[in-house]
Design a protein around this ligand. Structure first.
Ligand code: FAD
Ligand code: SF4
Length: 510
């Protein structure tokens, strides 16, 4: 039986069982499509990274003897949409069965189910063999429970997969070293230079332009540094273990004007495109720790394992449990528009400027920049979660809806009413000052709430609490903050609210 097997751009898993044997009756198809390059406005580096990785993956398959049909974005005969590509391939190759791997996005899942149900030949969907969990495993784990706390899920994952365990006890006698992961970075340890590939991307940039794909952000033509092959991804993993892991946990939440990446792994694109599996990343990191216990402490490793085994799998489970209604949630009824500076970085708020410039220039910001600077600002200024979601989905190299949306709409914007976060991640300028050196060179004074020089985060924070106090009145974790708000003199609160509303109505003036 002659089969057509579809491989999506984020299914570049060379260890998938599909590829165990070369079969002359199997034809694989990969396609760069306008459908995928334009469903949102992506960062130029994201489009380049996906196309180059797909090309490299297809070449690897061909070199192993597999039959591959590959559509480049500018190929004249490229139908540019999934349904047409499948139909054309089925006809031309006289295919008798269509097979695909389960997609991670709801949008593509629906589309592929519809396409498959309209075909007149047998079809079959396969697991992508990437994640530790199945799509519905989290929903089953939390069945009947009110609170979906990540920590419970994470501990269960540690036990189930025997990771960082001594029998039934967690290594280091503690499940979680979160409290050790909050150091401010003051330059005391030099950050190793980033891993560079210096790929020349001039040609592919011309193709993207020729195809008319509108993008955001910036790129350097002669030194593209995201990994776009499995070999490069493995090199990033190796680099992380050798140079960054020894301090990963300590500085996980730190931010610094001169250090864009600090000790973060920058493995998210390699993972989300599936060029690396979470299992091999975690096992490599744990093996590295066990071989270097004198140099690497458990708190560094546990912090890292928690992100991938805990957060990443948890976020995916929430996505599949809550979609499609999750995409519409806006429980705080925020309706403001995103300021223009999200597209050009023109703001005097030094923390926001650094985080946005970095996002536009690198297609990357680390999680505290995404959560406590950019996301904090959009939540405090009450921007519509649809606008926030669209920006995050476009701008980051690792942004694919299944992981972007629960992190953005849920964890960062609390638009899901607390499915993910037990309280909103908001702060005044003092948290940013505690975790970074941004405030030192800012036009604003982090200690002031009102006046021309006052840090905007301060008035915005108290204004947000005041505006949303009815919504949060039953939330125990908000009680202390709401009590402080109650104790504030009405005339002081009045001034703060005037200031906050000036910022909200004209954010581009700040
Ligand atoms: P490291 O700090 O080195 O962490 C290691 C790995 O852990 C990451 O590569 C990632 O695979 C995983 N990880 C860590 N935190 C999370 C998390 N909250 N959810 C899922 N995986 C996690 N991550 C994405 O992959 N795609 C997104 O679109 C995305 N959007 C985000 C939006 C917001 C508002 C926030 C707060 C976080 C978002 N994250 C997203 C999670 C996290 O910020 C990125 O995974 C991380 O910054 C990637 O950089 P890194 O590889 O250097 O991560
Ligand atoms: Fe950001 Fe306020 Fe600090 Fe400026 S003073 S960097 S706006 S937190």
């Amino acid at each position: 039986m002659k089969k057509l097997r579809l491989i999506l751009g984020d299914q570049l898993n060379s260890n998938h069982s599909w590829f165990n044997e070369v079969d002359e009756n199997v034809v694989y198809v990969l396609a760069e499509m306008l459908q995928e390059a334009t469903y949102t406005k992506h960062h130029i580096q994201k489009v380049v990274a996906f196309f180059l990785s797909m090309r490299n993956f297809s070449m690897t398959l061909k070199s192993k003897g597999h039959q591959v049909i590959y559509y480049q974005i500018t190929d004249e005969n490229n139908p540019q949409n999934l349904e047409k590509i499948i139909t054309v391939c089925l006809e031309k190759q006289q295919i008798e069965k269509f097979e695909y791997q389960l997609p991670d996005e709801y949008r593509l899942d629906l589309q592929l189910k519809t396409i498959a149900s309209n075909l007149k030949i047998p079809t079959e969907a396969f697991d992508s063999e990437h994640f530790y969990t199945t799509c519905d495993e989290l929903a089953t784990f939390y069945k009947g429970k009110k609170l979906l706390l990540m920590e419970n899920f994470y501990r269960n994952m540690r036990k189930k997969h025997h990771l960082l365990m001594n029998g039934s006890t967690p290594e280091g006698n503690q499940w979680n070293f979160d409290h050790d992961n909050r150091k401010k970075y003051k330059g005391e340890i030099p950050v190793p230079k980033e891993k560079n590939f210096n790929t020349n991307v001039t040609e592919i940039l011309l193709e993207i332009k020729h195809a008319g794909i509108q993008t955001i952000g910036n790129i350097k033509e002669e030194c593209f540094n995201w990994p776009t092959s499995r070999t490069e991804c493995l090199a990033v993993l190796e680099y992380f273990c050798t140079h960054l892991l020894p301090h990963f946990g300590d500085y996980e939440d730190a931010m610094h004007t001169e250090e864009k990446f600090l000790f973060h792994s920058r493995l998210s694109f390699a993972l989300n495109s599936k060029m690396l599996s979470p299992k091999e990343v975690i096992e490599t990191v744990i093996a590295c720790y066990h071989n270097n216990e004198a140099k690497i402490s458990i708190s560094q490793v546990e912090g890292f394992v928690r992100q991938i085994l805990g957060w990443r799998e948890y976020i995916r489970g929430i996505y599949w449990k809550e979609m499609p209604h999750y995409a519409q949630m806006n429980v705080l009824e925020n309706y403001n528009k995103l300021p223009d500076f999200f597209w050009n970085g023109n703001t005097k708020m030094n923390c926001v400027k650094h985080a946005i410039d970095q996002s536009l220039n690198q297609a990357y910001a680390h999680h505290i920049q995404r959560l406590m600077v950019i996301g904090n600002f959009t939540l405090l200024t009450q921007i519509h979660p649809n606008e926030v979601d669209a920006w995050y989905l476009g701008v980051y190299i690792d942004a694919i809806e299944w992981v972007e949306m629960p992190n953005t709409r849920g964890m960062s914007q609390y638009a899901d009413g607390g499915i993910i976060a037990t309280k909103p991640y908001i702060s005044s300028g003092s948290y940013i000052n505690k975790m970074s050196n941004y405030c030192l060179k800012c036009s604003y004074n982090v200690k002031e709430k009102i006046g021309d020089n006052a840090c905007p985060f301060n008035s915005l924070y108290w204004n947000f609490l005041d505006e949303k106090k009815d919504y949060f009145k039953g939330n125990q974790r908000m009680a202390m903050m709401l009590n402080l708000l109650k104790k504030m003199k009405p005339e002081d609160l009045y001034q703060i609210k005037i200031k906050a509303n000036e910022i909200i109505t004209n954010p581009d003036g700040y």
